[in-house]
Design a protein around this ligand. Structure first.
Ligand SMILES: *Cc1c(COP(=O)(O)O)cnc(C)c1O
Length: 401
C-alpha cells in the first residue's frame, strides 16, 4: 500500500477514514509465532480492545489466533466472528460477578483478578476452571500511565496475597487451570520481563493442575523513527528456554500464552484526515483537520506521538505546523511538527493508527465515527461504514414535550 493507494482510498471513501493493512497484521502475527517456534504449545490471544472491528477479528481467526477480551460484549463479538469459546480468554478488571458468570456460562476461559470475586465465584461454581491474574509488582517501562504491575496498581492479585489466595482455593475446592500476568505496555528490557516471569513460575508451583501460563502483553512497537521496539526474537529465545525447562520441572504439559494488542495491529493502521484550514497566527501555523479527539484521542489522553505525513504533497518543502482538530476544546495532535508544505484540502496520514485509535473513538460534538477500510489482497474493502445522523439518533425515542 503506497501513497497513491491511500489517496485513492480517501477519494473513494471520504475522510476521515481508518485504513488497516492486513499484510502487516499477518506479518506481526507470524513474527511472534516464529519467535516462539520452539515452544510446543503456544497460544496468541489477540487483545480485542486494541481494534475490535469484526472483520479484523475474522482475520485473526483465519491466522489461528485466540482472543483476549475485557467485556461480555467483546466476548460476544468474538463468538460472532466465529471463535470457539475455549479460544477466548476473559481478562476483565473490576467487573461484576454477574458478568463473569455470564461469560463463564458461554464456555469462555475466565481470568479473575481479585480475591473477593475469586472467593464468591469459587464458592458458587467450584467446577468451572479459573485462571488467576497475578500482580508481580514489576515495573515494565517507565510510564506509570501504562504500567500496571506496580504496587498501587488496581490490576491483579498481589503476589504478597498468595497465602490468602491459596486458602481460598483450598476452601472452595475450585480448579485453577492457568495463571496470568500483564505488567504494562512496554517491554524494553527483556531481563525485567524475565524477572517478572520468574515470579510467575514460582507462583505456578503452588498449583498442581495448570494447563497454561499467560504472560500478558507489553510488546512495544516503534512510533518514532529511532524508537526502540521490543526485541521479540530475543524474548522468544530466552523465555522459550526458561519455559521449556519449567514445564519439565512442573511435570505436566503447559501452554505458553500471550495476549498482544498493540504489537499485532498498531503499525497496520493509517488514519487519513483532510486539512480544512491552514491558519497563520503570530506564533505558529495551524493545520486544522476534519477530525479531533473524538476520532483519535491518544495524543491528548496520554501524549502519544503519531507520525504525520502530508501524502498529498510528500516531496514538498518541509515547514513547521501545529496539527489540530475541529473539536471545541484544545485538541492538538502535534505541536511544532515538520511536515511537507500543507495546503487546504490536503490529506494527512497518521501512522500507528491501528491500536487504541478507532476503538476509543466517540461521537463527541455529535460527529460521526469514521469509516474503516481493510487493505486486503491489494484491494480496499470497506469494513465499517461512516456513521450517519441515524446512528447518532439511534435509541433516542421521539418524545413529544
Ligand atoms: C490491554 C490488554 C492487553 C493488550 O495490551 P497491548 O499493550 O495492546 O499489547 C493484554 N492483556 C490485557 C489483560 C489487557 O488489558
Amino acid at each position: 500500500m503506497n501513497h497513491s493507494d491511500l489517496l485513492q482510498i480517501a477519494e473513494t471513501f471520504g475522510s476521515p477514514t481508518y485504513v488497516y493493512d492486513a499484510t502487516k497484521i499477518e506479518n506481526q502475527y507470524h513474527r511472534l509465532v516464529g519467535a516462539f517456534s520452539k515452544v510446543e504449545r503456544l497460544r496468541i490471544h489477540y487483545a480485542v480492545k486494541a481494534l475490535s472491528n469484526i472483520t479484523i477479528l475474522k482475520l485473526f481467526k483465519k491466522l489461528g489466533a485466540g482472543l483476549d477480551t475485557v467485556s461480555l460484549q467483546e466476548v460476544q463479538l468474538g463468538l460472532k466472528a466465529g471463535f470457539e469459546p475455549n479460544h477466548i480468554i476473559f481478562t476483565p478488571n473490576g467487573v461484576s460477578m454477574d458478568e463473569i458468570e455470564a461469560v463463564a456460562a458461554l464456555g469462555v476461559q475466565i481470568n479473575i483478578d481479585n480475591l473477593s470475586i475469586l472467593e464468591q465465584f469459587g464458592t458458587k461454581n467450584p467446577q468451572i476452571p479459573v485462571c488467576i491474574r497475578i500482580n508481580p509488582h514489576v515495573m515494565a517501562g517507565g510510564n506509570t500511565n501504562i504500567s500496571v504491575g506496580h504496587i498501587d496498581s488496581k490490576f491483579g492479585i498481589s503476589i504478597h496475597q498468595l497465602p490468602h489466595l491459596l486458602r481460598i482455593v483450598e476452601n472452595t475446592g475450585m480448579h485453577i487451570n492457568g495463571i496470568h500476568m500483564h505488567t504494562g505496555s512496554d517491554i524494553l528490557d527483556i531481563d525485567v520481563f524475565l524477572y517478572a516471569a520468574e515470579i510467575l513460575f514460582e507462583t505456578a508451583k503452588h498449583f498442581k493442575t495448570l494447563d497454561f501460563i499467560d504472560f500478558g502483553s507489553g510488546f512495544k512497537v516503534p512510533y518514532k523513527k529511532d524508537d526502540i521496539e521490543t526485541n521479540v526474537e530475543e524474548l522468544g529465545k530466552k523465555l522459550t528456554k526458561r519455559f521449556n525447562l519449567f514445564e519439565k520441572e512442573y511435570g505436566r504439559p503447559l501452554t505458553l500464552a500471550f495476549e498482544p494488542g498493540k504489537f499485532l495491529v498498531s503499525e497496520s493502521g493509517f488514519f487519513l484526515a483532510k486539512v480544512n484550514v491552514v491558519k497563520q497566527t503570530t506564533s505558529t501555523v495551524f493545520a486544522g483537520i476534519d477530525s479531533g479527539f473524538n476520532h483519535l484521542i491518544r495524543p491528548m489522553l496520554y501524549g502519544s506521538y503519531h507520525h504525520i505525513e502530508n501524502i498529498s504533497n510528500p516531496k514538498g518543502k518541509e515547514r513547521f505546523y501545529s496539527v489540530v482538530g475541529y473539536i471545541c476544546e484544545t485538541d492538538t495532535f502535534a505541536n511544532n511538527r515538520r511536515i511537507s508544505e500543507i495546503k487546504e484540502g490536503d490529506i494527512l496520514c497518521f501512522k500507528n493508527a491501528g491500536a487504541y485509535c478507532f476503538s476509543m473513538a466517540s461521537n463527541y460534538n455529535s460527529r460521526f465515527k469514521p469509516a474503516e477500510v481493510l487493505w486486503y489482497d491489494s484491494k480496499a474493502i470497506l469494513i465499517r461504514e461512516r456513521e450517519t445522523l441515524d446512528d447518532i439518533l439511534k435509541g433516542q425515542p421521539e418524545i413529544q414535550l
